[in-house]
Write a protein that binds this ligand. Structure first.
Ligand code: XMP
Length: 315
Protein backbone atom coordinates (compact mmCIF):
# COMPACT_ATOMS: atom_id res chain seq x y z
CA UNK A 1 0.00 0.00 0.00
CA UNK A 2 1.46 3.33 -1.09
CA UNK A 3 1.97 6.03 1.54
CA UNK A 4 0.61 8.74 -0.77
CA UNK A 5 1.44 11.75 1.38
CA UNK A 6 4.96 10.44 2.00
CA UNK A 7 5.44 9.81 -1.71
CA UNK A 8 4.30 13.34 -2.61
CA UNK A 9 6.56 15.02 -0.02
CA UNK A 10 9.60 13.00 -1.06
CA UNK A 11 8.85 13.54 -4.69
CA UNK A 12 8.59 17.37 -4.26
CA UNK A 13 11.98 17.41 -2.52
CA UNK A 14 13.65 15.31 -5.18
CA UNK A 15 12.12 17.38 -8.03
CA UNK A 16 13.37 20.61 -6.38
CA UNK A 17 16.87 19.11 -6.20
CA UNK A 18 16.71 17.82 -9.76
CA UNK A 19 15.23 20.85 -11.54
CA UNK A 20 17.48 23.84 -11.01
CA UNK A 21 16.48 25.68 -14.20
CA UNK A 22 13.35 25.43 -16.30
CA UNK A 23 11.41 22.29 -17.15
CA UNK A 24 8.98 21.29 -19.85
CA UNK A 25 6.37 18.51 -19.88
CA UNK A 26 4.02 17.16 -22.51
CA UNK A 27 0.57 16.99 -20.99
CA UNK A 28 -1.72 14.67 -22.87
CA UNK A 29 -4.44 15.00 -20.25
CA UNK A 30 -3.92 11.41 -19.12
CA UNK A 31 -3.45 10.72 -15.45
CA UNK A 32 0.32 10.05 -15.75
CA UNK A 33 1.27 13.32 -17.40
CA UNK A 34 -1.23 15.41 -15.39
CA UNK A 35 0.00 14.06 -12.05
CA UNK A 36 3.62 14.58 -13.13
CA UNK A 37 2.80 18.15 -14.17
CA UNK A 38 0.94 18.80 -10.91
CA UNK A 39 3.91 17.55 -8.86
CA UNK A 40 6.56 19.46 -10.79
CA UNK A 41 4.42 22.61 -10.88
CA UNK A 42 3.99 22.38 -7.10
CA UNK A 43 7.75 22.01 -6.73
CA UNK A 44 9.01 24.68 -9.14
CA UNK A 45 5.97 26.85 -10.04
CA UNK A 46 6.15 28.66 -13.39
CA UNK A 47 9.62 27.29 -14.05
CA UNK A 48 7.58 24.42 -15.48
CA UNK A 49 5.89 24.83 -18.85
CA UNK A 50 3.30 22.18 -19.74
CA UNK A 51 2.92 21.66 -23.47
CA UNK A 52 -0.20 20.08 -24.88
CA UNK A 53 0.71 18.86 -28.36
CA UNK A 54 -2.31 18.65 -30.60
CA UNK A 55 -0.90 15.85 -32.76
CA UNK A 56 -4.16 15.39 -34.65
CA UNK A 57 -4.24 11.91 -33.06
CA UNK A 58 -6.18 12.73 -29.90
CA UNK A 59 -9.71 11.74 -28.97
CA UNK A 60 -12.86 13.74 -29.66
CA UNK A 61 -13.01 16.95 -27.62
CA UNK A 62 -9.74 16.12 -25.88
CA UNK A 63 -7.86 19.34 -26.67
CA UNK A 64 -10.53 21.58 -25.15
CA UNK A 65 -10.91 19.31 -22.14
CA UNK A 66 -7.18 19.28 -21.39
CA UNK A 67 -6.93 23.05 -21.84
CA UNK A 68 -9.70 23.41 -19.25
CA UNK A 69 -8.00 21.04 -16.78
CA UNK A 70 -4.62 22.78 -17.05
CA UNK A 71 -6.27 26.16 -16.57
CA UNK A 72 -8.14 24.88 -13.51
CA UNK A 73 -4.95 23.48 -11.96
CA UNK A 74 -3.13 26.79 -12.39
CA UNK A 75 -0.31 25.17 -14.37
CA UNK A 76 1.75 27.30 -16.76
CA UNK A 77 0.84 25.79 -20.19
CA UNK A 78 0.78 26.17 -23.96
CA UNK A 79 -1.22 24.34 -26.67
CA UNK A 80 0.83 23.58 -29.81
CA UNK A 81 -0.96 22.63 -33.04
CA UNK A 82 1.37 20.11 -34.70
CA UNK A 83 -1.13 17.89 -36.56
CA UNK A 84 0.32 18.53 -40.02
CA UNK A 85 3.80 17.69 -38.82
CA UNK A 86 2.65 14.37 -37.32
CA UNK A 87 0.66 13.26 -40.33
CA UNK A 88 3.53 14.00 -42.64
CA UNK A 89 5.93 12.00 -40.40
CA UNK A 90 3.44 9.09 -40.49
CA UNK A 91 2.86 9.14 -44.24
CA UNK A 92 3.29 5.62 -45.63
CA UNK A 93 4.28 4.17 -42.22
CA UNK A 94 2.42 0.95 -41.36
CA UNK A 95 4.80 -0.95 -39.08
CA UNK A 96 3.68 -0.49 -35.44
CA UNK A 97 7.18 0.01 -34.07
CA UNK A 98 8.04 2.45 -36.87
CA UNK A 99 4.87 4.41 -36.03
CA UNK A 100 5.86 4.62 -32.37
CA UNK A 101 9.35 5.78 -33.33
CA UNK A 102 8.06 8.39 -35.78
CA UNK A 103 5.60 9.72 -33.20
CA UNK A 104 8.13 9.65 -30.36
CA UNK A 105 10.64 11.52 -32.47
CA UNK A 106 8.09 14.14 -33.57
CA UNK A 107 7.08 14.68 -29.96
CA UNK A 108 10.66 15.16 -28.90
CA UNK A 109 11.37 17.54 -31.79
CA UNK A 110 8.29 19.61 -30.92
CA UNK A 111 9.41 19.72 -27.29
CA UNK A 112 12.95 20.62 -28.20
CA UNK A 113 11.64 23.54 -30.21
CA UNK A 114 9.35 24.67 -27.39
CA UNK A 115 12.01 23.93 -24.77
CA UNK A 116 14.56 26.09 -26.58
CA UNK A 117 12.20 29.02 -26.79
CA UNK A 118 11.26 28.60 -23.10
CA UNK A 119 14.87 28.00 -22.05
CA UNK A 120 14.14 24.60 -20.46
CA UNK A 121 16.90 22.14 -19.72
CA UNK A 122 14.79 19.37 -18.14
CA UNK A 123 12.19 17.20 -19.82
CA UNK A 124 9.57 15.84 -17.41
CA UNK A 125 7.84 12.60 -18.45
CA UNK A 126 4.93 10.65 -17.00
CA UNK A 127 6.64 7.27 -17.41
CA UNK A 128 5.28 4.66 -15.00
CA UNK A 129 6.65 1.25 -14.05
CA UNK A 130 4.84 -0.90 -16.68
CA UNK A 131 6.11 1.43 -19.46
CA UNK A 132 9.75 0.71 -18.81
CA UNK A 133 9.36 -2.86 -17.63
CA UNK A 134 7.52 -3.78 -20.84
CA UNK A 135 9.91 -1.74 -22.96
CA UNK A 136 12.83 -3.92 -21.93
CA UNK A 137 15.00 -3.06 -18.97
CA UNK A 138 17.79 -5.39 -19.99
CA UNK A 139 16.19 -8.23 -18.03
CA UNK A 140 12.92 -8.81 -19.83
CA UNK A 141 12.35 -9.02 -23.55
CA UNK A 142 10.89 -5.99 -25.22
CA UNK A 143 7.14 -6.40 -25.64
CA UNK A 144 6.48 -2.96 -27.08
CA UNK A 145 8.68 0.09 -27.19
CA UNK A 146 6.27 2.53 -25.57
CA UNK A 147 7.03 5.84 -27.18
CA UNK A 148 8.01 7.58 -23.99
CA UNK A 149 10.87 5.14 -23.49
CA UNK A 150 11.84 3.27 -26.64
CA UNK A 151 11.43 6.13 -29.10
CA UNK A 152 13.55 8.59 -27.19
CA UNK A 153 16.28 9.79 -29.59
CA UNK A 154 19.81 9.39 -28.32
CA UNK A 155 20.76 12.96 -29.18
CA UNK A 156 18.16 14.53 -26.89
CA UNK A 157 19.75 17.49 -25.20
CA UNK A 158 17.65 17.76 -22.03
CA UNK A 159 17.96 15.84 -18.80
CA UNK A 160 15.05 13.59 -17.85
CA UNK A 161 12.81 13.83 -14.78
CA UNK A 162 10.34 10.97 -14.30
CA UNK A 163 8.58 11.44 -10.94
CA UNK A 164 6.23 8.44 -11.38
CA UNK A 165 8.80 5.95 -12.63
CA UNK A 166 8.34 3.52 -9.74
CA UNK A 167 4.54 3.64 -9.55
CA UNK A 168 1.87 1.43 -11.04
CA UNK A 169 -1.32 2.85 -12.51
CA UNK A 170 -3.48 2.28 -9.44
CA UNK A 171 -0.89 4.09 -7.32
CA UNK A 172 -0.78 7.01 -9.76
CA UNK A 173 -4.56 7.24 -9.40
CA UNK A 174 -4.22 7.41 -5.61
CA UNK A 175 -1.73 10.27 -5.96
CA UNK A 176 -4.07 11.99 -8.44
CA UNK A 177 -6.95 11.84 -5.96
CA UNK A 178 -4.70 13.16 -3.20
CA UNK A 179 -3.63 16.12 -5.39
CA UNK A 180 -7.16 16.73 -6.71
CA UNK A 181 -6.17 16.05 -10.33
CA UNK A 182 -9.44 15.83 -12.26
CA UNK A 183 -8.19 13.29 -14.79
CA UNK A 184 -7.73 10.79 -11.99
CA UNK A 185 -10.69 8.65 -13.01
CA UNK A 186 -10.07 8.79 -16.75
CA UNK A 187 -9.20 5.54 -18.44
CA UNK A 188 -5.58 5.08 -19.56
CA UNK A 189 -4.75 6.30 -23.07
CA UNK A 190 -1.53 5.37 -24.91
CA UNK A 191 1.15 7.97 -25.68
CA UNK A 192 0.99 7.38 -29.47
CA UNK A 193 -2.75 8.00 -29.13
CA UNK A 194 -5.15 6.94 -31.89
CA UNK A 195 -2.22 6.04 -34.17
CA UNK A 196 -1.90 2.62 -32.49
CA UNK A 197 -5.66 2.07 -32.81
CA UNK A 198 -5.52 2.72 -36.52
CA UNK A 199 -3.90 -0.36 -38.04
CA UNK A 200 -2.15 0.32 -41.32
CA UNK A 201 -1.46 3.86 -42.48
CA UNK A 202 -2.34 6.70 -40.14
CA UNK A 203 -4.08 9.29 -42.31
CA UNK A 204 -6.38 12.12 -41.20
CA UNK A 205 -9.30 10.17 -42.76
CA UNK A 206 -8.50 6.93 -40.87
CA UNK A 207 -7.98 8.81 -37.62
CA UNK A 208 -11.34 10.55 -38.07
CA UNK A 209 -13.05 7.13 -38.31
CA UNK A 210 -11.33 5.63 -35.28
CA UNK A 211 -11.86 8.85 -33.30
CA UNK A 212 -15.64 8.72 -33.87
CA UNK A 213 -15.74 4.96 -33.18
CA UNK A 214 -13.75 5.37 -29.95
CA UNK A 215 -16.10 8.14 -28.91
CA UNK A 216 -19.15 5.94 -29.54
CA UNK A 217 -17.66 3.01 -27.58
CA UNK A 218 -16.72 5.30 -24.67
CA UNK A 219 -20.08 7.03 -24.71
CA UNK A 220 -22.26 3.88 -24.89
CA UNK A 221 -20.22 1.93 -22.32
CA UNK A 222 -20.02 4.99 -20.06
CA UNK A 223 -23.82 5.42 -20.19
CA UNK A 224 -24.43 1.70 -19.68
CA UNK A 225 -22.16 1.63 -16.64
CA UNK A 226 -23.70 4.78 -15.18
CA UNK A 227 -27.18 3.23 -15.38
CA UNK A 228 -26.03 -0.05 -13.78
CA UNK A 229 -26.18 -2.06 -17.02
CA UNK A 230 -22.58 -3.25 -16.70
CA UNK A 231 -19.40 -2.61 -14.76
CA UNK A 232 -17.15 0.09 -16.13
CA UNK A 233 -14.17 -1.70 -17.73
CA UNK A 234 -10.61 -0.60 -16.96
CA UNK A 235 -10.12 0.45 -20.56
CA UNK A 236 -12.54 0.48 -23.51
CA UNK A 237 -12.09 1.78 -27.01
CA UNK A 238 -12.31 1.02 -30.72
CA UNK A 239 -9.69 -0.12 -33.22
CA UNK A 240 -9.86 0.40 -37.00
CA UNK A 241 -8.62 -2.44 -39.19
CA UNK A 242 -6.94 -1.69 -42.51
CA UNK A 243 -8.67 -4.46 -44.47
CA UNK A 244 -12.00 -4.15 -46.23
CA UNK A 245 -14.75 -6.71 -46.25
CA UNK A 246 -17.88 -7.15 -48.29
CA UNK A 247 -21.13 -5.63 -47.15
CA UNK A 248 -24.32 -4.29 -48.65
CA UNK A 249 -25.32 -0.69 -49.14
CA UNK A 250 -28.86 -0.34 -50.41
CA UNK A 251 -29.05 -3.26 -52.84
CA UNK A 252 -25.38 -3.20 -53.87
CA UNK A 253 -22.21 -4.93 -52.73
CA UNK A 254 -19.95 -2.44 -51.04
CA UNK A 255 -16.55 -2.83 -49.44
CA UNK A 256 -16.16 -1.29 -46.03
CA UNK A 257 -13.86 -1.12 -43.05
CA UNK A 258 -14.03 -3.09 -39.82
CA UNK A 259 -14.12 -1.58 -36.34
CA UNK A 260 -13.15 -3.68 -33.32
CA UNK A 261 -14.68 -3.10 -29.89
CA UNK A 262 -12.01 -3.66 -27.22
CA UNK A 263 -12.81 -3.50 -23.50
CA UNK A 264 -10.70 -5.01 -20.74
CA UNK A 265 -10.63 -5.52 -17.00
CA UNK A 266 -7.21 -4.97 -15.45
CA UNK A 267 -5.49 -3.55 -12.41
CA UNK A 268 -2.24 -2.26 -13.85
CA UNK A 269 -2.30 -3.05 -17.57
CA UNK A 270 0.28 -5.82 -17.21
CA UNK A 271 -2.35 -8.53 -17.57
CA UNK A 272 -5.99 -8.17 -18.54
CA UNK A 273 -9.15 -10.10 -19.22
CA UNK A 274 -11.65 -9.04 -21.85
CA UNK A 275 -14.61 -7.25 -20.31
CA UNK A 276 -17.98 -8.92 -20.80
CA UNK A 277 -20.29 -6.44 -22.55
CA UNK A 278 -24.01 -7.32 -22.51
CA UNK A 279 -25.40 -8.11 -25.97
CA UNK A 280 -27.87 -5.22 -25.93
CA UNK A 281 -25.01 -2.76 -25.42
CA UNK A 282 -22.91 -4.40 -28.13
CA UNK A 283 -25.92 -4.05 -30.38
CA UNK A 284 -26.27 -0.34 -29.66
CA UNK A 285 -22.56 0.28 -30.27
CA UNK A 286 -22.59 -1.68 -33.51
CA UNK A 287 -25.69 0.06 -34.91
CA UNK A 288 -24.49 3.50 -33.89
CA UNK A 289 -21.07 3.01 -35.49
CA UNK A 290 -22.43 1.64 -38.76
CA UNK A 291 -25.19 4.28 -38.92
CA UNK A 292 -22.85 7.18 -38.14
CA UNK A 293 -20.21 6.03 -40.61
CA UNK A 294 -22.39 4.28 -43.21
CA UNK A 295 -20.12 4.88 -46.15
CA UNK A 296 -16.94 3.82 -44.35
CA UNK A 297 -17.66 1.07 -41.81
CA UNK A 298 -19.76 -2.02 -42.58
CA UNK A 299 -18.60 -4.43 -39.87
CA UNK A 300 -18.14 -4.27 -36.10
CA UNK A 301 -16.45 -7.09 -34.16
CA UNK A 302 -15.86 -7.74 -30.48
CA UNK A 303 -12.40 -8.74 -29.22
CA UNK A 304 -12.65 -11.55 -26.66
CA UNK A 305 -8.97 -12.19 -25.98
CA UNK A 306 -7.15 -11.77 -22.70
CA UNK A 307 -3.64 -10.39 -22.12
CA UNK A 308 -1.66 -12.63 -22.49
CA UNK A 309 -1.72 -13.90 -25.17
CA UNK A 310 -2.92 -10.60 -26.73
CA UNK A 311 -1.95 -7.14 -25.59
CA UNK A 312 -4.57 -4.55 -24.68
CA UNK A 313 -3.93 -2.32 -27.69
CA UNK A 314 -3.76 -3.95 -31.12
CA UNK A 315 -0.36 -2.43 -31.92
P1 XMP B 1 -0.59 -3.13 -24.01
O1 XMP B 1 -1.21 -2.87 -25.34
O2 XMP B 1 0.92 -3.12 -24.07
O3 XMP B 1 -0.99 -1.92 -23.10
O4 XMP B 1 -1.13 -4.35 -23.34
C1 XMP B 1 -0.82 -1.82 -21.70
C2 XMP B 1 -1.27 -0.43 -21.30
O5 XMP B 1 -0.34 0.53 -21.83
C3 XMP B 1 -0.99 1.41 -22.74
N1 XMP B 1 -0.06 1.60 -23.85
C4 XMP B 1 0.79 2.63 -23.95
N2 XMP B 1 1.02 3.66 -23.14
N3 XMP B 1 2.65 4.49 -24.63
C5 XMP B 1 1.94 4.60 -23.49
O6 XMP B 1 2.17 5.56 -22.75
C6 XMP B 1 2.47 3.47 -25.52
O7 XMP B 1 3.11 3.39 -26.55
C7 XMP B 1 1.50 2.49 -25.14
N4 XMP B 1 1.07 1.34 -25.73
C8 XMP B 1 0.12 0.81 -24.91
C9 XMP B 1 -2.28 0.71 -23.14
O8 XMP B 1 -3.29 1.64 -23.56
C10 XMP B 1 -2.63 -0.04 -21.87
O9 XMP B 1 -3.27 0.81 -20.95
Amino acid sequence: MLDVEGFVNESLESIKAQVSGKAIIACSGGVDSMVSAALVSKAVGDRLLAIYVDSGLMRKGETEEVRGMLQEMGINFKVVDAAEEFFSALKGVTDPEAKRKAIGERFIRVFEREARSFGADTLVQGTIAPDWIESGDGVRDTIKSHHNVGGLPKDMEMSLCEPLRDLYKDEVRQVARFLGVRSSERQPFPGPALAVRCLGEVTPENVAIVREACYIVEDEIGKAAASGGMELPWQYFAVLLPSRSVGVQGDRRAYGRTVVIRAVCSVDGMTATYAPIPTAILDRISSRITNTMKSQVNRVVYDITNKPPATIEWE
